[in-house]
Design a protein around this ligand. Structure first.
Ligand SMILES: Cc1cc2nc3c(=O)[nH]c(=O)nc-3n(C[C@H](O)[C@H](O)[C@H](O)COP(=O)(O)OP(=O)(O)OC[C@H]3O[C@@H](n4cnc5c(N)ncnc54)[C@H](O)[C@@H]3O)c2cc1C
Length: 379
């Protein structure tokens, strides 16, 4: 039987994982990207990403994160590169603003996620890198950790090629009817998966723009203290600090510590230089003084300015284009898709092959803003 023709547009982690699953299931897949997969404009670029199950009361993403963790470990064994460091994650619950954290233990227990509750003294005794006077308690998730993002992208690309997938360079545009075009001609395929990350918003002004916004995020990496291993992934977990609008990752492979203070920013995806704002430096230094005082005086050793595409409810997008029945739109990262990418890709492949329908939460229609209690991200 002749194989279906399948094209995946977008070689970030979402497109690559979808393409890999389709290719592995016996299909023949062409993957098209404007730039070389792994490039530094993509949302999937950078040293690392946090992988953690915590999603408040949301059992769906909690389960997906656990399944994805197993998938990442399997991929790691298959390719024999280090993709994940299991350094754990510490979720700091700010006094009086901990609905999300309070909702988590019941979800963890239902799903079977190992966790510990630490009070303020226990946090500082176990992880003396942190000073936590404003923190009520913390949830420690020992099986959470850090994905080496750039290497994960290259791993998915390598495996996709190893299974016979084809990778091409090309700028796919859309016409006024939101049909996909390459070099001025319609892009014809039995299945067309569009996984162009934040660029989806511009490509689909009628379908995706009304349910999304693109937000620039600046992050800095700070040196570790001279002669000390205290801020390495072997001694320190990733952390989430919603009360301070921050999260971070310890140093691994010489990265330095990523203490990210989320300052949402405008970004022109194609024209802006990827240089961080001066305000990021001030706010990161102030955050470090408050939370990680042993890093005061350390220097910035690396930086990153890239972006996320945010949906109102922070749920991903996985749905058929309302007017083009062969076009599946896959993405809507909302700042948390990297960790889920192996399961998302498997799911997108299943939807693309019409094995099942997209889950209701990933549909384009019916989006609404969620309150912090309902939101899987707690924001
Ligand atoms: C600072 C920051 C921190 C984050 N932290 C975490 C975290 O800790 N944990 C987590 O799980 N997630 C995190 N995320 C989110 C995660 O990185 C994203 O959800 C994920 O990388 C999105 O991948 P993507 O493949 O959908 O998009 P992208 O990586 O942007 O890939 C899109 C690809 O499409 C290509 N493309 C675009 N337009 C076209 C076109 N017209 N034609 C052809 N190709 C095109 C692009 O070149 C690009 O390669 C973070 C994101 C940021 C920015």
């Amino acid at each position: 039987m002749a194989k279906r023709s399948i094209i995946v547009v977008g070689g970030g982690i979402t497109g690559l994982m979808t393409a890999l699953h389709l290719q592995r299931s016996g299909e023949r897949v062409r993957l098209i990207d404007r730039w070389e997969p792994g490039h530094h404009r993509a949302s999937s670029s950078d040293w690392n990403r946090v992988i953690r199950a915590i999603s408040g009361a949301d059992e769906f993403y909690t389960r997906w994160a656990r399944e994805s963790r197993s998938c990442w470990l399997e991929l790691q064994a298959e390719i024999a590169w280090t993709l994940m460091y299991e350094c754990g994650a510490l979720i700091l619950a700010t006094q009086g603003r901990c609905d999300w954290e309070d909702a988590t233990p019941a979800t963890f227990d239902r799903v079977g996620v190992p966790w510990h509750r630490l009070d303020r003294e226990e946090i500082e005794a176990r992880f003396p890198q942190f000073r936590v006077p404003d923190i009520a308690y913390a949830i420690y998730e020992p099986e959470a950790g850090m994905l080496m993002a750039y290497r994960c992208v290259l791993a998915a690309l390598t495996l996709f090629r190893r299974f016979g997938g084809e990778v091409e360079r090309g700028h796919v545009r859309t016409d006024p009817d939101e049909r996909a075009m390459l070099d001025g001609k319609p892009l014809e395929a039995d299945l067309l998966v569009i996984a162009t990350g934040p660029w989806m918003e511009r490509m689909f002004p009628r379908t995706i723009r009304p349910i999304s916004s693109v937000v620039g995020i600046n992050v800095l990496y700070t040196s570790t203290p001279d002669g000390s291993e205290a801020f390495d992934h072997t001694r320190m977990p990733c952390w989430i600090d919603h009360g301070q609008g921050s999260f971070g990752l310890p140093s691994a492979e010489g990265s330095g510590i990523k203490a990210a203070v989320v300052i949402p920013d405008r970004i022109d995806l194609d024209h802006d230089e990827r240089l961080v704002r001066q305000e990021t430096l001030w706010r990161t230094r102030s955050y470090i003084r408050h939370r990680l005082p042993d890093l005061v005086g350390e220097r910035v050793v690396d930086s990153k300015f890239n972006q996320i595409i945010l949906t109102p409810d922070t749920h991903f997008i996985l749905d058929w284009h309302p007017e083009h029945e062969n076009m599946l739109l896959a993405g809507g990262c909302s700042g948390h898709l990297f960790k889920h990418a192996p399961v998302f890709g498997q799911y997108a492949a299943g939807v693309g092959l019409r094995r099942f329908a997209p889950p209701a939460r990933f549909k384009i229609a019916g989006r609404r803003k969620l309150g912090p209690k309902e939101s899987p991200s707690g924001r």
